[in-house]
Write a new protein. Structure first.
Length: 275
């Protein structure tokens, strides 16, 4: 994201759409009014509901508050894998309490990130990430809510840990970024793959091929805002209202009607998140 580029213009409305993964706090929401302003902007183009996702404890607390401020907002709570070294007993107790809130629809984002260790100061090492991932899997199973996964350069180990632990009923690979082989492996296990604006990037060849093999009943769409703004606005600030750009790009790639794909992904999100 670059502060130097203006925000994208409002797209042509496409309804209904549900943003399966966003970060309203990072988009600038701080209170009920600013949250409503972002969601109102999204609703004006057909994005009627959003799931705002936490990556640390402060964000988890905020996400739950936001979901209570506005009935169009739902929350997911967890510690991001790079922050797994903060998963002490107190953090676990608080996450369990937050995850049990009725406005929380998933445990996430959790998983494995093999890109940042050694590059980011304070980043959890791989062993700590795996331990934290196992704990989040167990939490999702105990409270019977979907598991929302962050995966960066960890395909094999991620699938291995899921197989070893036994996954919950619903597993969502947020911002799917792997190749066709990984997509087919996930599909075979019944996992749901969520695509962000990166699927519109013309140089994302392997990802774009992977998006073609996902069955209609295992696909979601998301912004991951304020990051990953879709083409042709790459590098500009992202918000949930930008999601129609991604849906149209994904529909073109898959040879589907955008209106139909919007309906499909929304129905899938409502089923998986039980909303």
């Amino acid at each position: 994201m670059s502060a130097g580029r203006p925000a994208p213009e409002l797209p042509e409305p496409l309804s209904p759409i549900l943003d399966a993964h966003t970060h309203l706090d990072a988009c600038g929401a701080t209170d009920a009014a600013s949250t409503a302003a972002i969601v109102d902007r999204a609703a004006s183009v057909g994005v009627g509901r959003v799931v705002t996702v936490a990556d640390d404890l402060a964000a988890a607390r905020w996400a739950v508050r936001a979901a209570h401020w506005d009935d169009r907002v739902f929350a997911a709570v967890a510690l991001h894998p790079t922050r797994a070294n903060a998963l002490d007993d107190d953090a676990k107790a608080e996450l369990e309490r937050l995850a049990d809130d009725p406005r929380v629809v998933a445990v996430g984002e959790t998983g494995l990130d093999y890109y940042w260790p050694g590059k980011l100061e304070g980043c959890a090492d791989i062993e700590t990430q795996i331990e934290g991932f196992r704990w989040h899997i167990d939490l999702a199973k105990r409270i019977r809510k979907p598991l929302m996964i962050h995966n960066r350069e960890a395909d094999h180990d991620l699938l291995t840990v899921l197989l070893d632990e036994g996954p919950p009923d619903n597993v969502i690979f947020h911002c799917f970024s792997s190749d066709t082989n990984m997509a087919l492996s996930c599909v075979a296990e019944g996992y749901v793959l969520s695509f962000s604006g990166t699927v519109s990037f013309k140089n994302a060849h392997e990802l774009r091929e992977a998006a073609k093999v996902v069955p209609d009943d295992q696909i979601l769409v998301e912004t991951d805002a304020p990051y990953l703004t879709p083409h042709p606005f790459r590098g500009a600030p992202n918000e949930p209202y930008c999601l129609p750009y991604t849906v149209r790009a994904l529909a073109e790639l898959r040879g589907q009607d955008p209106v139909e794909l919007a309906k499909i992904t929304t129905a899938n999100a409502r089923r998986v998140y039980r909303i």
